[in-house]
Design a protein around this ligand. Structure first.
Ligand SMILES: NC(=O)c1ccc[n+]([C@@H]2O[C@H](COP(=O)([O-])OP(=O)(O)OC[C@H]3O[C@@H](n4cnc5c(N)ncnc54)[C@H](OP(=O)(O)O)[C@@H]3O)[C@@H](O)[C@H]2O)c1
Length: 293
């Protein structure tokens, strides 16, 4: 009997993660919805079950802005499941106001990158060593022009947009560096990165009202819907024709919409020495080495 495949999608209750979870369930994966809000997660699960009547879904609580919650999630997952096939590090927050997580770290670095890095480290040993095992990191076109502020990692002295860009560059550097380290360790598991283009999700709810309504008016003309925006992650998770380290996104205007294909990397995401340095910084911020085995 073939073993049931298991996937985790973080931030599965809304937007792109919601459609990604549907896609994984349609592909036959028992899909774990890793959400921070129980009521929202349950409501999403009810809707998913209607969309995929044969789908198997489990809700487990995860707040990526809190390392203790990440550890609790990993323990809860391990108590219910013996293996993990696909981890889609989708959840994300966009905040231009300089908000901090409970531990004082910049909120987007913590949620979008560090929480996911710890989560991956805590679950990697459950992944079978085959190319069908995938870790998918969600970056953004916002990685373009961004940089890692090694001397100001919590962006105390940067404009609001800089911290989001840093966090999404961080996701891409993490995906790449993880793949290099998996390969160096002789593992067949693949780490890939994607960006969704643009979609009218909940991501922009906290923008200034001017930015928010401008976005709402322009959305139908320049970006695509959440189901289309989920396709790069589903491609990275499910296609047989991918390699570790690949980066996928939409191919249309400004890479904001369209069919899935290879995404363009900014120069900031092409230097392995920056990725390796940032990996070490991230381990320091998490407070423990990443567990490759
Ligand atoms: N939409 C776009 O145009 C766009 C463009 C580029 C990249 N992206 C990336 O795509 C990914 C999905 O975003 P989206 O557009 O679908 O936005 P969304 O609709 O706002 O969904 C984000 C999801 O992440 C969850 N989340 C936020 N903070 C969390 C935390 N601390 N712990 C656990 N979950 C948390 C949210 O939960 P709550 O519902 O509880 O807030 C929600 O489920 C993000 O990584 C984003 O950066 C999106």
């Amino acid at each position: 009997m073939t073993q049931q495949k298991i996937a985790i999608v973080t931030g599965a209750n809304n937007g792109i993660g919601f459609e990604t979870a549907i896609g994984m369930a349609e592909a036959g994966y028992h899909t774990v919805l890793a959400c921070r809000n129980e009521a929202k997660g349950e409501a999403a699960m009810v809707e998913m079950q209607l969309r995929v009547p044969d789908g198997q879904f489990t809700l487990l609580l995860l707040d990526l802005s809190d390392f203790a919650s990440v550890r609790d999630f990993a323990a809860a997952f391990r108590s219910q499941f013996e293996h993990l096939d696909v981890l889609i590090n989708n959840a994300g927050v966009l905040d231009y106001s300089g908000r901090k997580a409970g531990n004082g770290y910049e909120l987007q670095l913590m949620t979008n990158h560090l929480g996911h890095m710890l989560l991956t480290s805590l679950l990697l040993d459950l992944m079978p060593d085959t190319p069908e095992s995938r870790i998918v990191s969600l970056s953004s076109v916002a990685h373009k022009g961004a940089k890692i502020y090694f001397d100001d990692i919590h962006c105390e002295n940067q404009e609001g947009v800089a911290a989001y860009g840093q966090s999404k560059l961080a996701c891409l550097l993490f995906g790449d560096e993880l793949n290099r380290r998996l390969q160096a360790a002789g593992k067949k598991i693949l780490s890939l990165s994607v960006h969704p283009g643009g979609s009218d999700s909940g991501l922009f709810d906290d923008m200034s009202r001017l930015q928010y309504y401008t976005m709402k008016v322009l959305a139908p003309f320049i970006i695509h819907d959440n189901a289309s925006a989920a396709k790069p992650a589903l491609h990275a998770a499910l296609s047989a024709n991918v390699k570790g380290g690949d980066f996928y996104g939409p191919q249309g205007f400004q890479e904001l919409r369209g069919k899935v294909g290879p995404a363009k990397r900014d120069a900031s995401a092409q230097d392995p020495s920056v990725a390796a340095r940032f990996w070490d910084v991230s381990e320091g911020l998490i407070g423990e080495p990443f567990k490759l085995n």
